[in-house]
Design a binder for this molecule. Structure first.
Ligand SMILES: Cc1cc2nc3c(=O)[nH]c(=O)nc-3n(C[C@H](O)[C@H](O)[C@H](O)COP(=O)(O)O)c2cc1C
Length: 213
Protein backbone atom coordinates (compact mmCIF):
# COMPACT_ATOMS: atom_id res chain seq x y z
CA UNK A 1 0.00 0.00 0.00
CA UNK A 2 1.42 3.39 -0.94
CA UNK A 3 0.53 6.08 1.57
CA UNK A 4 1.22 9.61 0.39
CA UNK A 5 2.15 12.31 2.87
CA UNK A 6 -0.80 14.46 3.81
CA UNK A 7 -0.29 18.20 3.19
CA UNK A 8 -0.87 18.85 6.90
CA UNK A 9 1.45 16.07 7.96
CA UNK A 10 3.65 17.22 10.85
CA UNK A 11 7.11 15.87 11.52
CA UNK A 12 7.26 12.90 13.88
CA UNK A 13 8.68 14.66 16.94
CA UNK A 14 6.30 17.57 16.58
CA UNK A 15 3.44 15.13 16.28
CA UNK A 16 4.54 13.27 19.41
CA UNK A 17 4.98 16.50 21.36
CA UNK A 18 1.66 17.95 20.29
CA UNK A 19 -0.47 14.83 20.83
CA UNK A 20 -2.48 15.16 24.00
CA UNK A 21 -5.76 13.67 25.08
CA UNK A 22 -8.56 15.92 23.89
CA UNK A 23 -11.92 15.52 25.60
CA UNK A 24 -13.89 18.39 24.03
CA UNK A 25 -14.62 17.99 20.35
CA UNK A 26 -16.45 19.97 17.72
CA UNK A 27 -19.59 17.83 17.29
CA UNK A 28 -20.20 19.23 13.79
CA UNK A 29 -16.78 18.27 12.43
CA UNK A 30 -16.82 15.53 9.86
CA UNK A 31 -13.89 13.32 9.09
CA UNK A 32 -13.62 12.40 5.39
CA UNK A 33 -13.44 8.65 4.76
CA UNK A 34 -10.04 9.21 3.15
CA UNK A 35 -8.61 10.58 6.40
CA UNK A 36 -10.18 7.83 8.48
CA UNK A 37 -8.70 5.21 6.17
CA UNK A 38 -5.26 6.86 6.21
CA UNK A 39 -5.33 6.80 10.02
CA UNK A 40 -6.47 3.17 10.13
CA UNK A 41 -3.85 2.14 7.60
CA UNK A 42 -1.16 3.80 9.71
CA UNK A 43 -2.42 1.77 12.66
CA UNK A 44 -1.99 -1.44 10.69
CA UNK A 45 1.66 -0.55 10.06
CA UNK A 46 2.45 -1.24 13.73
CA UNK A 47 4.77 -4.13 14.44
CA UNK A 48 3.28 -7.28 15.95
CA UNK A 49 4.57 -10.57 17.29
CA UNK A 50 5.19 -12.92 14.36
CA UNK A 51 3.38 -10.28 12.27
CA UNK A 52 0.11 -11.81 13.40
CA UNK A 53 -1.57 -8.37 13.44
CA UNK A 54 -3.63 -9.00 16.54
CA UNK A 55 -6.02 -6.09 15.98
CA UNK A 56 -9.49 -5.33 14.81
CA UNK A 57 -10.90 -1.81 14.63
CA UNK A 58 -14.57 -1.34 15.35
CA UNK A 59 -15.32 2.12 13.95
CA UNK A 60 -18.32 3.73 15.61
CA UNK A 61 -19.28 6.88 13.70
CA UNK A 62 -23.02 6.54 13.42
CA UNK A 63 -24.71 9.09 15.72
CA UNK A 64 -27.21 6.58 17.11
CA UNK A 65 -24.45 4.05 17.76
CA UNK A 66 -22.31 6.67 19.52
CA UNK A 67 -25.30 7.41 21.78
CA UNK A 68 -25.52 3.69 22.59
CA UNK A 69 -21.86 3.79 23.51
CA UNK A 70 -22.21 6.81 25.81
CA UNK A 71 -23.49 5.01 28.95
CA UNK A 72 -21.10 2.11 28.30
CA UNK A 73 -18.28 4.69 28.46
CA UNK A 74 -19.58 6.13 31.74
CA UNK A 75 -21.17 9.08 29.93
CA UNK A 76 -17.90 10.56 28.77
CA UNK A 77 -19.26 13.16 26.37
CA UNK A 78 -16.31 12.90 23.99
CA UNK A 79 -17.79 9.63 22.77
CA UNK A 80 -20.67 11.48 21.09
CA UNK A 81 -18.93 14.76 20.21
CA UNK A 82 -15.92 13.26 18.45
CA UNK A 83 -16.22 12.38 14.76
CA UNK A 84 -15.61 8.69 15.39
CA UNK A 85 -14.83 6.33 18.20
CA UNK A 86 -12.57 3.47 17.32
CA UNK A 87 -12.84 0.50 19.62
CA UNK A 88 -9.49 -1.25 19.35
CA UNK A 89 -9.93 -4.97 19.84
CA UNK A 90 -7.19 -7.51 20.42
CA UNK A 91 -7.40 -10.90 18.74
CA UNK A 92 -7.19 -13.79 21.19
CA UNK A 93 -6.87 -16.28 18.33
CA UNK A 94 -4.25 -14.39 16.35
CA UNK A 95 -2.39 -17.67 15.80
CA UNK A 96 -5.14 -18.46 13.29
CA UNK A 97 -3.75 -15.65 11.09
CA UNK A 98 -0.35 -17.31 10.82
CA UNK A 99 -0.78 -19.47 7.71
CA UNK A 100 -2.42 -16.58 5.89
CA UNK A 101 0.24 -14.06 6.94
CA UNK A 102 3.09 -16.24 5.68
CA UNK A 103 1.39 -17.38 2.48
CA UNK A 104 2.54 -14.24 0.65
CA UNK A 105 6.17 -14.95 1.54
CA UNK A 106 5.77 -18.53 0.30
CA UNK A 107 4.11 -17.38 -2.93
CA UNK A 108 6.92 -14.89 -3.55
CA UNK A 109 9.59 -17.48 -2.89
CA UNK A 110 10.91 -15.80 0.29
CA UNK A 111 9.92 -18.73 2.48
CA UNK A 112 9.67 -22.44 1.82
CA UNK A 113 6.44 -24.25 2.65
CA UNK A 114 8.40 -26.33 5.13
CA UNK A 115 9.61 -23.27 7.04
CA UNK A 116 6.11 -21.84 7.01
CA UNK A 117 4.67 -25.03 8.44
CA UNK A 118 7.33 -25.15 11.17
CA UNK A 119 6.62 -21.55 12.10
CA UNK A 120 2.86 -22.04 12.11
CA UNK A 121 3.35 -25.12 14.33
CA UNK A 122 5.46 -23.12 16.80
CA UNK A 123 2.92 -20.32 16.91
CA UNK A 124 0.00 -22.68 17.47
CA UNK A 125 1.95 -24.36 20.28
CA UNK A 126 2.47 -21.00 22.00
CA UNK A 127 -1.30 -20.49 21.96
CA UNK A 128 -2.09 -23.94 23.42
CA UNK A 129 -3.51 -24.45 26.89
CA UNK A 130 -5.15 -22.10 29.32
CA UNK A 131 -2.45 -19.44 29.75
CA UNK A 132 -2.45 -15.64 29.83
CA UNK A 133 -0.34 -15.60 26.67
CA UNK A 134 -3.08 -15.03 24.04
CA UNK A 135 -4.61 -12.20 26.04
CA UNK A 136 -1.26 -10.59 26.84
CA UNK A 137 -0.34 -10.73 23.18
CA UNK A 138 -3.70 -9.35 22.06
CA UNK A 139 -3.48 -6.37 24.40
CA UNK A 140 0.20 -5.73 23.79
CA UNK A 141 0.03 -5.76 20.01
CA UNK A 142 -3.30 -3.94 19.69
CA UNK A 143 -1.86 -1.22 21.94
CA UNK A 144 1.01 -0.67 19.52
CA UNK A 145 -1.51 -0.20 16.72
CA UNK A 146 -3.44 2.24 18.92
CA UNK A 147 -0.39 4.43 19.39
CA UNK A 148 0.25 4.51 15.65
CA UNK A 149 -3.37 5.46 15.15
CA UNK A 150 -3.22 8.37 17.60
CA UNK A 151 -0.03 9.77 16.09
CA UNK A 152 -1.33 9.41 12.54
CA UNK A 153 -4.53 11.23 13.51
CA UNK A 154 -2.52 14.05 15.07
CA UNK A 155 -0.30 14.28 12.00
CA UNK A 156 -3.41 14.80 9.88
CA UNK A 157 -4.78 17.56 12.11
CA UNK A 158 -7.11 15.49 14.31
CA UNK A 159 -7.02 14.93 18.02
CA UNK A 160 -7.66 11.78 19.98
CA UNK A 161 -8.20 10.45 23.46
CA UNK A 162 -7.40 6.90 24.50
CA UNK A 163 -10.05 5.60 26.87
CA UNK A 164 -9.94 2.69 29.24
CA UNK A 165 -13.00 3.90 31.11
CA UNK A 166 -15.73 1.76 29.59
CA UNK A 167 -17.52 -1.46 30.41
CA UNK A 168 -15.95 -4.14 28.30
CA UNK A 169 -18.68 -6.74 28.68
CA UNK A 170 -21.39 -4.24 27.78
CA UNK A 171 -19.47 -3.03 24.72
CA UNK A 172 -19.17 -6.61 23.50
CA UNK A 173 -22.84 -7.27 24.07
CA UNK A 174 -24.18 -4.05 22.53
CA UNK A 175 -21.91 -4.13 19.48
CA UNK A 176 -21.98 -7.91 18.91
CA UNK A 177 -18.24 -8.30 19.40
CA UNK A 178 -17.31 -11.99 19.00
CA UNK A 179 -15.63 -13.70 21.98
CA UNK A 180 -12.50 -14.01 19.89
CA UNK A 181 -11.72 -10.35 20.65
CA UNK A 182 -10.80 -8.50 23.81
CA UNK A 183 -11.64 -4.79 23.94
CA UNK A 184 -8.34 -2.99 24.53
CA UNK A 185 -9.27 0.69 24.43
CA UNK A 186 -11.58 3.21 22.84
CA UNK A 187 -10.03 5.99 20.82
CA UNK A 188 -12.01 9.14 20.16
CA UNK A 189 -10.96 10.97 17.01
CA UNK A 190 -12.10 14.41 15.93
CA UNK A 191 -11.47 18.12 15.75
CA UNK A 192 -10.68 19.71 19.08
CA UNK A 193 -13.13 22.31 20.39
CA UNK A 194 -10.94 22.92 23.42
CA UNK A 195 -7.27 22.06 23.86
CA UNK A 196 -6.25 19.14 26.03
CA UNK A 197 -5.41 19.68 29.71
CA UNK A 198 -1.75 20.21 30.40
CA UNK A 199 0.01 17.00 31.29
CA UNK A 200 3.55 16.69 32.51
CA UNK A 201 6.02 13.86 32.19
CA UNK A 202 8.80 12.63 34.45
CA UNK A 203 12.30 13.67 33.50
CA UNK A 204 14.43 10.94 31.95
CA UNK A 205 16.51 10.46 35.11
CA UNK A 206 13.36 9.24 36.84
CA UNK A 207 12.39 6.68 34.20
CA UNK A 208 15.62 5.50 32.59
CA UNK A 209 17.88 2.87 34.10
CA UNK A 210 21.08 2.12 32.25
CA UNK A 211 22.30 -1.45 32.00
CA UNK A 212 21.02 -2.75 35.36
CA UNK A 213 19.06 -1.77 38.44
C1 LIG B 1 -4.99 3.09 28.57
C2 LIG B 1 -5.48 4.50 28.79
C3 LIG B 1 -6.75 4.71 29.30
C4 LIG B 1 -7.24 6.02 29.44
N1 LIG B 1 -8.55 6.19 29.82
C5 LIG B 1 -9.07 7.45 29.77
C6 LIG B 1 -10.48 7.64 29.95
O1 LIG B 1 -11.26 6.71 30.13
N2 LIG B 1 -10.95 8.91 29.88
C7 LIG B 1 -10.15 9.98 29.64
O2 LIG B 1 -10.65 11.11 29.59
N3 LIG B 1 -8.80 9.83 29.46
C8 LIG B 1 -8.26 8.58 29.50
N4 LIG B 1 -6.92 8.41 29.24
C9 LIG B 1 -6.06 9.57 28.92
C10 LIG B 1 -5.01 9.84 30.00
O3 LIG B 1 -5.62 10.46 31.11
C11 LIG B 1 -3.90 10.71 29.39
O4 LIG B 1 -3.27 10.01 28.33
C12 LIG B 1 -2.83 11.11 30.40
O5 LIG B 1 -3.39 11.91 31.42
C13 LIG B 1 -1.69 11.90 29.74
O6 LIG B 1 -2.19 13.03 29.10
P1 LIG B 1 -2.02 13.29 27.53
O7 LIG B 1 -2.51 12.06 26.81
O8 LIG B 1 -2.90 14.48 27.26
O9 LIG B 1 -0.59 13.56 27.25
C14 LIG B 1 -6.41 7.12 29.13
C15 LIG B 1 -5.11 6.88 28.65
C16 LIG B 1 -4.66 5.61 28.45
C17 LIG B 1 -3.30 5.40 27.85
Amino acid sequence: MAMTAHPEDLGLFQTINERHSVRKYDPGAEMPEEDLNAILEAATKAPSSWNLQHWKFLVIDDEAKKKELLPIAYNQQQVVDSSAVIAVLGDLNANENAADVYQGAVDNGFMTEQIRDTLVGQINKAYEGDTPFPRDEAVLNASLASMNLMLAAKALGYDTCPMGGFQRGKLMEQFNVPDRYVPVMLLTVGKAAKPAHQSARYELDKVVVKNSF
